[in-house]
Design a protein around this ligand. Structure first.
Ligand SMILES: N[C@@H](CCC(=O)N[C@@H](CS)C(=O)NCC(=O)O)C(=O)O
Length: 200
């Protein structure tokens, strides 16, 4: 069995769960919820960075971060399933995936600003800096939502938007109607998106 350490709200972990489902590998995977705030959680031994997702293969070897896990799963499923093996299309898909991962990173940092810093230490400037990354990325995606068959970038964009729904009350929706429609279509085409929605 594979073991996935993750937690329901994690957008990076959600990408892995959706990929496992698409690749037909969910039956081979045990999911153990991790608490990144708990220093006694074995996660910090599995991934010294203390981050989720972290996947353990059958030998107990830890694989992280989310892109490396997806690359490993893609290989295990025979390759060429989540992203093209080579060429300009591979670069395009992986760049779009990086854009979506960056949106998630910025969103997670905004949440951590609230979670980890005392109110007096919080920086409006720093918050605006990260919010601007999200806003620019959303504008790019609204102008050109992901096209074609579901790939790693589609999964990542959907998980980023799902995270903004969960943590920021869907405030991205009002100004991005094409992305809203795109996410609806994605949810219909990929049932594991709904199945992996974190409770609010
Ligand atoms: N680059 C990492 C980012 C993962 C990440 O930021 N995970 C968050 C949860 S969504 C986490 O583990 N945070 C705990 C911490 O940073 O200590 C990946 O792609 O897997």
């Amino acid at each position: 069995m594979l073991t996935l350490r993750s937690a329901p709200p994690s957008p990076f972990g959600r990408k892995i769960k959706i990929a496992l489902s698409i690749l037909g590998l969910m039956d081979q995977t045990k999911i153990i919820v991790a608490d990144t705030n708990d220093e006694k959680d074995s996660l910090r031994k599995e991934n010294p960075l203390g981050k989720i997702p972290c996947l353990m293969d059958e030998n107990g070897t830890a694989i992280y971060d989310s892109f490396v896990i997806l690359d490993w799963l893609n290989e295990r499923a025979g390759g060429n399933r989540l992203f093209p093996a080579h060429g300009p299309e591979r670069t395009r898909v992986l760049t779009l995936n990086a854009l979506a991962d960056g949106m998630m990173d910025a969103g997670v940092l905004l949440i951590y600003e609230q979670r980890w810093r005392e109110p007096a230490m919080r920086s409006d400037k720093w918050t605006a800096h990260h919010q601007a990354k999200i806003d620019r990325a959303l504008a790019v995606l609204e102008a050109a939502p992901p096209k074609g068959p579901v790939d790693i970038a589609h999964i990542a964009v959907a998980c980023a938007l799902g995270y903004f729904d969960l943590r920021f009350a869907g405030s991205w929706r009002a100004k991005h109607p094409k992305l809203v429609a795109w996410l609806d279509d994605f949810a219909k085409a990929v049932p594991s998106f709904e199945a992996t929605r974190a409770p609010a």
